[in-house]
Design a binder for this molecule. Structure first.
Ligand SMILES: Cc1ncc(C[n+]2csc(CCOP(=O)(O)OP(=O)(O)O)c2C)c(N)n1
Ligand SMILES: CC(=O)[C@@H](O)[C@H](O)COP(=O)(O)O
Ligand SMILES: [Mg+2]
Length: 633
């Protein structure tokens, strides 16, 4: 079935194949990827686009000695396939299975872990600098997409690399797409490079030509220099990168294996940093993905013929609710705008962007900028909302502190993908936001138990004249009724289930679902439990928490977040400050990076499933009862 693919046991095997055989191999790789990812889910379109590029890199370089750094890393599947991990693709992104991103612990061919965007050039430059200090001579290659190039870190690194002068190859994989359509001035500049009449002109020819312009006399020299510069700007391809100190090669057809090999070889002989501009098609070889690369960027299992997902995708997600609620708010309040850092669809904002194109801003993969941009708008009297994944907000921490909260500006962070996200794993779980946000003065911080409450919280945020954050998870928000849900009052929680005084459970946000199951199971065992939805992480509903803590024998908290600095520790501090000396058990994630896998499996493993929590609470009651018996003897 896979004539040539089956012959590739290591990258060295590539060098035995002829050009025509590489062409067939490329098709086989694409067929393998489509079939395999259609069963497991994963990042498809980006990988289909880099087949020839990856093969050429492995032909010209030796990935055990030379170091490839894949930006974001979602396009590293082909690299994984030909570095001995093809068999593992049945387990892709599953619990204990193959990671969807490069992992140093997975293979000696992976030299740097990625997942968040725009880190590759910095990491590559760091490695190149050590190589130079040690006087070693291997190659370092960063592969960065046009989307990832919109991230500030990439520019910071280009700026440094141009001056540093270390030998370093940056391959710019330009497919004119981020997850959605790419945006920004750099993206426009790359489009111009694609269409320049100098398309394949080698820059040396042009520079030669320029150097032949005669310069006579002092004024003439100056004029000639100016003219040279002007000409250079018009005719030297990639002058932006050239001026930064890079040698620019390209653009090269990224699906032409021979041309790629030639350009990679050429780059090896150039001293200093080189930028190789490669043009590829996202989704190449799968017509549905070529036509709609956005839909096949990250997929759940799907039918290959139709491209339709296998499972029912009609569930309303928290992101959907956020998008709809923001449209409603924008209707009422002209000052409401929405800002995304390259995640319009993932954050549920497609509808908003269509409805209010002039009030919607996609700033590229630039979370820091997104937050400060929002602060600027807020300072001018607008009400910016920033829907952003919890994990990517980590990038914007200082901006939240320095630009939003110190000035007490009315920016609302819609912290999507809070808690464990599942298959993307440790780089993407949203398990730190409570720790890093709740310590910031002026911020109001909430978490809804369901979609209905999210809608109410967004409405409430619209009225707050200061910074607000609302955290909610990836996935289904349950049924969202058309009415708004209970009114949100600052610092007020609610009792969700009144079962009695043996146990009180404070469950944060979506963990109320679990909390409810636990209460019912405990009830069956004769343990009377009450469930409280605190709604607010900041300010805490101190009255309700203290009241319930006084009244109940045992106190538990549940959150989809790490324990350190989380919601439970704040409850603990409150009780301590109020001299309530009862034992509190915090159900939260441990102090470690949680691996990839299905969220239910992970929650169960880390003791956050209804079953595990119920068992643990019952065990407390049993051990307490036996302690009492021992003491009475
Ligand atoms: C800091 C950060 N923000 C957002 C993302 C989400 N994200 C993953 S891939 C991607 C688009 C990348 O586009 P590009 O680099 O051009 O790669 P392509 O998929 O087009 O090959 C985005 C926005 C991320 N991984 N990291
Ligand atoms: C690679 C990356 O960062 C994104 O593609 C991410 O995987 C999207 O996650 P969601 O599927 O939760 O939108
Ligand atoms: Mg791209």
């Amino acid at each position: 079935m896979y004539k040539y693919l089956n012959q590739i046991n290591s990258p060295h095997d590539l060098r035995r194949l002829k050009e025509t055989e590489i062409e067939v191999l490329s098709k086989e790789i694409r067929r393998f990827l489509i079939n395999s990812v259609s069963k497991t889910g994963g990042h498809l379109a980006s990988n289909l686009g880099v087949v020839e590029l990856t093969l050429a890199m492995h032909t010209i370089f030796d990935s055990l000695r030379d170091k490839f750094i894949w930006d974001v890393g979602h396009q590293s599947y082909v690299h994984k396939m030909i570095t001995g991990r093809r068999e593992d693709f049945t387990t892709l992104r599953q619990y204990k299975g193959l990671s969807g991103f490069p992992k140093r612990k997975e293979s000696f061919h992976d030299h740097f872990d990625t997942g968040h965007s725009s880190t590759s050039i910095s990491a590559a430059l760091g490695m190149a600098s050590v190589r130079d200090l040690k006087r070693e001579d291997h190659s370092i290659v960063a592969v960065i997409g046009d989307g990832a190039l919109t991230g500030g870190m990439a520019f910071e690194a280009l700026n440094h690399a141009g001056q540093n002068k270390s030998n370093l190859l940056v391959i710019l994989n330009d497919n004119e797409m981020s997850i959605s359509q790419n945006v920004g001035g750099m993206s426009n500049y790359l489009s111009k490079l694609r269409t320049t009449p100098m398309y394949s002109k080698v820059k040396g020819d042009v520079e030669n030509l320029i150097s032949q312009i005669p310069a006579i006399g002092k004024t003439m020299v100056k004029t000639a220099e100016k003219a040279k510069d002007a000409i250079k700007y018009f005719v030297v391809p990639g002058v932006f990168f050239e001026e930064l100190g890079f040698t620019y090669i390209g653009p090269i057809d990224g699906h032409n294996y021979n041309a790629l090999c030639k350009a990679l070889k050429q780059s090896k002989n150039i001293s200093g940093p080189v930028l190789l501009h490669v043009l590829t098609k996202k989704g190449k070889g799968y017509s549905l993905a070529e036509a709609s690369p956005h839909d096949f960027h990250g997929v759940s299992p799907f039918k290959v013929d139709s491209g339709k997902p296998l499972s029912n995708k009609d569930k309303v997600t928290y992101s959907d609710v956020a998008g709809k609620s923001l449209i409603e708010l924008a209707e009422e309040d002209q000052r409401v705008v929405s800002i995304t850092a390259a995640m319009p669809a993932g954050t549920g904002m497609t509808g908003f962007s269509q409805r209010y194109p002039h009030r919607f801003f996609d700033v590229g993969i630039a979370e820091q900028h997104a937050v400060t941009f929002a602060a600027g708008m807020a300072a001018e009297g607008y009400k910016p909302f920033v829907p952003i994944y919890s994990t990517f907000l980590q990038r914007g921490f200082d901006q939240v502190v320095h630009d939003v909260c110190i000035q007490n500006l009315p920016v609302t962070l819609l912290v999507d993908r809070a808690g464990l996200v599942g298959n993307d794993g440790e780089t993407h779980h949203g398990s730190f936001d409570i720790s890093f946000l709740s310590c910031i003065p002026n911020l109001t911080f909430m978490s809804p138990k369901d979609g209905k409450e999210l809608r109410a919280m967004i409405k409430y945020a619209g009225k707050v004249n200061g910074p607000v954050a609302i955290r909610y998870p990836r996935g289904s928000a349950g049924e969202v009724a058309s009415e708004l849900g209970e009114e949100i009052i600052t610092g007020k929680g609610e009792i969700v289930y009144e079962g009695g005084k043996d146990v009180v459970i404070f469950a944060l946000g979506h963990m109320n679902d679990v909390g409810l199951k636990v209460c019912r199971s405990l009830q069956e065992q004769g343990i009377k439990a009450t469930l409280v939805n605190p709604r607010f992480i900041k300010p805490l509903d101190e009255y309700l928490i203290l009241q319930q803590a006084h009244r109940c024998k045992r106190i538990y908290t549940i959150e989809d977040h790490i324990k350190i600095g989380g919601f439970g520790t704040q409850v603990l501090t409150l009780l301590n400050d109020n001299q309530i000396n009862k034992q509190v058990k915090i159900f939260a994630l441990p102090d470690m990076f949680v691996e990839h896998g299905n969220v239910e499996i992970l929650h169960d493993f880390y003791g956050l499933s209804g079953e595990k929590i119920t068992e643990s609470i019952i065990a407390d009651f049993v051990s307490n009862a036996s302690e009492k018996m021992m003491m009475s003897r």
